[in-house]
Ligand binder design. Structure first.
Ligand code: BTN
Length: 252
């Protein structure tokens, strides 16, 4: 793609017309391909979302992509990669559509209170070493219809902005941004990324409910800490930091 200006991300790249799930395919090949390999499909027949949900991936209307990374970081830090992907999608949407989307911590991209993109990060790791991470990104770009049960919750960039763009342009912009933030993160740590995660968060300052490993937690999201965890203040005034979980934000 003439739009791609990366050094390693997407240099090795596979394009599929139809596939069950790019994340599944990425998992099969991850051990045998270079760091930064990207798999893109026009259509997924069994696109997967988080928590066992399915992800609608109609032909030709969205970006259904998986990125294979092999970072030399601790497995518990892998959540930061999801956040890097999230800010990269937000920046790319800004560059291409000139609108500001927001991040519902840690992995949904929200525009006009509806979801335009979801991220599914999966990892193979040993106790203190990552074998590979697969970042699956699904962006509803030019999609113009959603099933009844998703109306009001899911949308596309086309439906929200009324402009149809070349998916290649947005894909390249996501990868360009991701390589930039990924390098910055590896060199300078999460602290460098943190202000952007905070600035672009739709979660901070709102009442939320989290289904975390620790159980169900209700409170106000107050910030994202230096590790990328979400800090929640309960009504008893206790501060808890949450590494991952399913977050529902009141009003969203
Ligand atoms: C979510 O919001 O629950 C995450 C959705 C992730 C969807 C993408 S599309 C490309 C990649 N392949 C999959 O099967 N899922 C991810």
């Amino acid at each position: 793609s003439p739009y791609l200006s990366t050094n390693f991300l997407g240099k090795y790249y596979m394009h599929k017309l139809v596939i069950d799930s790019t994340n599944n395919f990425a998992k099969e090949i991850a051990s045998n391909v270079p760091d930064g390999t990207v798999i893109i499909a026009e259509e997924q027949t069994a696109g997967r979302g988080r928590l066992g949900r399915s992800w609608i991936s109609q032909k030709g209307c969205g970006i259904w992509m998986s990125i294979i990374l092999k970072p030399n970081i601790q497995p518990k830090e892998a959540i930061n990669l999801t956040q890097l992907a999230a800010i990269s999608v937000v920046k790319a949407i800004e560059e291409v559509f000139h609108v500001e989307s927001k991040i519902k911590w840690p992995n949904d991209i929200i525009l006009n209170n509806k979801k335009v993109c979801g991220i599914l990060t999966e990892m193979s790791s040993e106790i203190d070493k990552i074998n590979y991470v697969i970042i699956g990104i699904g962006v509803n770009v030019n999609c113009d219809n959603f099933p009844e049960e998703l109306k009001g919750k899911a949308t596309s960039l086309y439906l929200e902005t009324n402009s149809k763009v070349d998916r290649k342009k947005l894909t390249a912009s996501i990868l360009n941004n991701l390589e930039f933030y990924y390098n910055a993160y590896l060199q300078k740590g999460f602290e460098y990324i943190r202000p952007i995660c905070i600035e672009k968060s739709i979660t901070i300052g709102r009442q939320i409910k989290v289904i975390a490993n620790e159980g169900e937690i209700e409170g106000k999201a107050v910030t994202i800490d230096n590790n990328g965890s979400l800090v929640v203040e309960t009504k008893e005034g206790k501060r808890l930091s949450i590494m991952s979980g399913d977050v529902s934000v009141r009003g969203l």
